[in-house]
Design a protein around this ligand. Structure first.
Ligand code: NAD
Length: 474
């Protein structure tokens, strides 16, 4: 018998009539079931969130922050159980699952300390005017499968801190760790403030279009983001969208080949490449192209791909069959077009587990699918460039604008290039670093609005200006 997980609605762990099976991507075994919610369960969760909102919005900020600190502690205190569960449903190696769990606890603690200060607009003999931030109300949170816990926390925490309540839907592929956290925080959060319900993709539009939800915070693909924007437009819900990316790294000719090779590798292959801010196109200056591409290929040959629960595994399987098929198709397309593989290229869809070997392409053309599309798998195209201007132009030649990186021995030069990239985040000589205090959001079709920091928190609120006329009846 596989374990049947429950949902959190109005402070209670509850089941539903129908269920969804959750599969371990390392061996394709069903490991648990979760409720398959529909309109009825959603209505109950939204009603509970609406009831809870009445008192939660009036709860003093310090008390709300204490509750959030309780969430951070519950995750941290149960980290070992949670990271093992996360590996079993998501596939990522234990070390990376551990980072995600501790990262989520750390993010909750850091964001729990943020405050939205009031601003005085005018204070003189005639008028006192101030802007305060008021919570938007009930939030619908929708989360993907690549960082299920981190994404859930980065929606639940700012909602609570700002005075909103939330109904959160994990991805049907990776709901287990989030539901275990739901159980752990059931008595930490006031009933109805946090509701976590699971369902197929079809539950998503019901959330987006629910008349009693005031805001949607979504992380996932750009295609789904567009549908959400359309659905939310019906009653002008507020939206925050964190979407796809096709991030470019630019390696300038003065970069230290020996030092950057390993980092460039992990900027692409962390979480088997299933990271929105993974480097998905690497542009290397022609002077160092041969040496650096060989150094990356040599490093790759010693990295073990396998079951994330086994010791020594550094790259796990693809999370689900649909994504596995897409990645295999991209590799096949590269083969059909005769592109050169530096590493990998052989896939075996017949085995058990969604494994794709580390695959590195040698200078495919700019219009190759593997370059132009977000791959979201362990595939990295390396491309040669001659001038910095050319590299910047090629990096910016994308509808996406999530993040990017510049690698150089001269940080000033790095910043000069960084400022010309059309993305929400750019790193110089590192990758994937996000701060709980800095806004994270995409330009162009990578997003709408931002998460993290004060900017992220503000998105859960409306500004309200209160003006008092002092001499009205003088
Ligand atoms: P997805 O868009 O398929 O699904 C994300 C979530 O949306 C899931 O919970 C899904 O059930 C739900 N959903 C599906 N159809 C819906 C609809 N019509 N209306 C409402 N909800 C719906 O994305 P995915 O495949 O789970 O995740 C991979 C994508 O997410 C990649 O494109 C990746 O770049 C992106 N991503 C972005 C960020 C970021 O912060 N920018 C972070 C992680 C992942």
């Amino acid at each position: 018998m596989v374990q049947a997980y429950k949902n959190l609605i109005d402070g209670e762990m509850v089941s539903a009539d129908a269920t969804i099976e959750v599969v371990n991507p390392a061996n394709e075994q069903v490991i648990a079931t979760v409720p398959a919610c529909g309109k009825d369960e959603l209505d109950r969760a939204v009603a509970a969130a609406r009831r809870a909102f009445k008192s939660w919005k009036k709860t003093p900020a310090e008390e709300r922050q204490k509750v959030v600190m309780g969430i951070a502690a519950a995750i941290k205190d149960n980290a070992e159980e949670l990271f093992r569960l996360l590996t079993s449903e998501q596939g990522k190696p234990h070390a990376q699952a551990q980072q995600e769990i501790y990262g989520a606890a750390g993010l909750a603690a850091a964001q729990g300390g943020l405050n939205l200060e009031e601003v005085i607009n005018q204070d003189d003999d005639t008028r006192h005017s101030r802007t305060r931030r008021v919570p938007v109300g009930v939030v619908g949170g929708i989360v993907p499968w690549n960082f299920p816990v981190m994404m859930a926390i980065q929606k639940i925490v700012p909602a609570l801190v700002s005075g909103c309540t939330i109904v959160l839907k994990p991805s049907p592929f990776t709901p287990l760790t989030t539901l275990r956290i739901a159980e752990l925080i059931k008595d930490v959060v006031p009933a109805g403030t946090v509701n976590i319900i699971t369902g197929e993709d079809s539950l998503g539009p019901l959330i987006t279009e629910h008349p009693d939800i005031d805001k949607i915070t979504f992380t996932g693909s750009t295609a789904t983001g567009k549908k959400i924007m359309e659905g939310a437009s019906k009653d002008l819900k507020r939206i925050t969208l964190e979407l796809g990316g096709n991030d470019a790294s630019i390696v300038l000719p003065d970069a230290d080949v020996k030092k950057v090779a390993e980092q460039l590798f992990w900027s692409s292959f962390t979480n088997a490449g299933q990271v929105c801010i993974a480097a998905k196109r690497i542009y290397i200056h022609e002077d160092i192209y041969d040496e650096l591409s060989q150094a990356i290929a040599d490093y790759a040959k010693n990295v073990k791909v396998g079951d994330g629960s086994e010791q020594g595994t550094a790259v796990g399987p693809i999370q689900n069959k649909k994504q596995f098929d897409r990645v295999v198709e991209l590799i096949q397309d590269a083969k059909d077009n005769g592109y050169k593989f530096l590493v990998g290229g052989e896939t075996d869809p017949s085995g058990s587990g969604y494994y794709v070997p580390i695959t590195i392409l040698d200078n495919p053309p700019e219009d190759a699918r593997i370059v132009a599309e977000e791959q979201f798998g362990p595939i990295m195209p390396l491309m040669k460039f001659s001038t910095t201007e050319e590299a910047i132009e090629r990096a910016n030649n994308s509808d996406y604008g999530l993040a990017g990186a510049v690698w150089t021995s001269d940080p000033d030069k790095g910043v000069e290039v960084a400022e010309q990239l059309e993305t929400g985040t750019v790193w110089v000589n590192e990758f994937m670093h996000l701060s709980p205090f800095a806004p994270f959001g995409g330009h162009k079709q990578s997003g709408f609005g931002a998460e993290y920091g004060i900017d992220g928190l503000r998105e859960f609120t409306y500004p309200q200006v209160i003006t008092v006329k002092k001499d009205a009846f003088a």
